[in-house]
Design a binder for this molecule. Sequence first.
Ligand code: MD3
Ligand code: FE
Length: 203
Amino acid sequence: HWEELAAGAMILRGFARDHETEMAAAIEQVTAAAPFRHMQTPGGHRMSAAMSNCGEFGWTTDRRGYRYTREDPETGHPWPAMPDVFRNIAVTAAEAASFPGFDPDACLINRYQPGARMGLHQDRNERDFDAPIVSVSLGLPATFLFGGERRADRSLRLPLEHGDVVVWGAAARLRYHGIAPLRSGSHPFAGEARLNLTLRRAQ
Ligand code: MD3
Ligand code: FE
């Protein structure tokens, strides 16, 4: 069962919990081939969340800018294939939130350790903003910051927990958002970390 958080943002609480064993194996497999790393922003800052990707395209940032690439710049190899379990969760969730036919070609994996955060930003590197983004939260809980259409708009604070899936589309697709600094703790799924998958249509 889902509920609408805001126009265009549908939350399916605990939707991914039934698939956690398969997801853990899939994350292991992807990050063995494309290890988590702290990327550099164009402004020269090191991101506090560590990242990896799977799928045809992966999101990266360095001093030259933000973009999607077919290859992992660290290894020169294509990003690992998107595991079926990720795709299936995203497609089913999108369908439940009335986005039939979602066909993700990119999955960014973020790892937050205590203190890591993500400042308010918009996701604008995708070609088509009509496709939603599906996020899957795993491990430690986090406070999601949900802003408005302008950076200065007030943010709502929303807890996201292990297994929560959110479909961000339509009117929510270009809203500012971020993650407050992760609080210390331990979770049976991920130890002292939060993992977040975002499945996207990049190209
Ligand atoms: C709302 N990740 O990777 S996921 C990101 O928890 C990102 O790691 C956060 O923001 C995380 O870009 C938040 C939830 C999310 C993802 C994309 C959105 C919310 C969104 C795009 C538009 C609006
Ligand atoms: Fe984002």
